[in-house]
Design a protein around this ligand. Sequence first.
Ligand SMILES: Cc1ncc(COP(=O)(O)O)c(C=O)c1O
Length: 418
Amino acid sequence: MSTFPGHLDVKAIRADFPALARIVRNGNPLVYLDSGATSQKPVQVLDAERSFYELHNSAAHRGTHLLGEEATDVYEGARAKVAAFIGADVGEVVFTKNATEAINLVAYAMSNATVTAGSERFRILPGDEILITEMEHHANLVPWQQLCERIGVTSDGRLDLDHLDSMITGRTKLVALTHQSNVTGTIPPVTEIARAAHEKGALVLADAAQSVPHQPVDVAALGVDFLAFSGHKMLGPYGIGVLFGRADLLEAMPPFLTGGSMIEVVRMEGSTFLPPPQRFEPGVPAVAEAAGLAAAVDYLSGLGMSNVAAHEESLTAHALDVLREINGVRILGPDTTKDRGGAVAFDVEGVHPHDVGQVLDELGVAVRTGHHCAWPLHRALGVQASTRATFYVYNTHAEVDALADGIRYAQRFFGARQ
Ligand SMILES: Cc1ncc(COP(=O)(O)O)c(C=O)c1O
């Protein structure tokens, strides 16, 4: 079995990520299998942020001086790159702090539309429904919770869509669902669900925090109205995320946060607001972070998102194979790579996930343990918590093998069934 599966030059990629060269606990090399929480950052992203601060640092959309112009160009250039990356128009990309804020932006705009005149499309009235799924990350669950009906999950961790037609009703305002589960890796049929929702007049928001970093995503092909993701999970910096919104919807949507840089005219009697995307970006924007995100988009585009997806599919297939061979390990979610991304959560019989994680950490293998901000999904799958490995462009088959060896070691250490 080759250490570097064929689709990407992983050896060259790894050289771009200084953190991957670290020796961690007990003299072990770092095996980083937690990119689902946050990815490592290549030097190209670090350089882009540093160069912005060194040369162009200034408030975008404010100064009339040269540096102000340059900062605006960097910021708007990043927006154009992100738009092209997901097949959107440039005015449809709103920068936010992260995916969580992007989703809250829509939820709060809907709640604001309820109390302001002129935004009928977004107004929530008694009896209206927001439909979410049991598979959601808390970021796409808690904001909608007050008004939701839930789509359940099958025992193999896929969405239970048998009664989709009756779940989406004439009162459903919005269907909010994940485009790739951060626990089971499941990729639901978003296009099909969007079609069903639109037939009933409902809007669709996809949480793409785990899909945009890992597979080609085209918002038009998906047919969604809103799509949210974070920069830090796709090789980019913290503090910047994206809300894609269909142009006509953003145009009709009231603001979420208000203040400077998003207003048209301010009088003591009241204010009017700029068109999107500026309407949704109050305050001095995160330009260095946008520069870093643009560099991350360049990096991923250079690799080719189809190659990224193929590489991760190869790692996931290998992980499913090796985990399946370990007695006492139950994979949560689909156990083939069909409609499935590279988040592999599992339960080790007789060993608490935190203990699994701690033993793996002693061996240099970094995974996530707990409920991964998806408590209802864990309940549906019959566990309180799990251990999760997530893969990215820099991971190798040998690292998947290190995970399997570590799990066996943990089983021996805790005297669990093997
Ligand atoms: C599926 C999913 N949605 C949303 C989020 C929230 O992302 P952030 O914390 O960057 O806002 C995450 C983060 O783990 C996620 O995995």
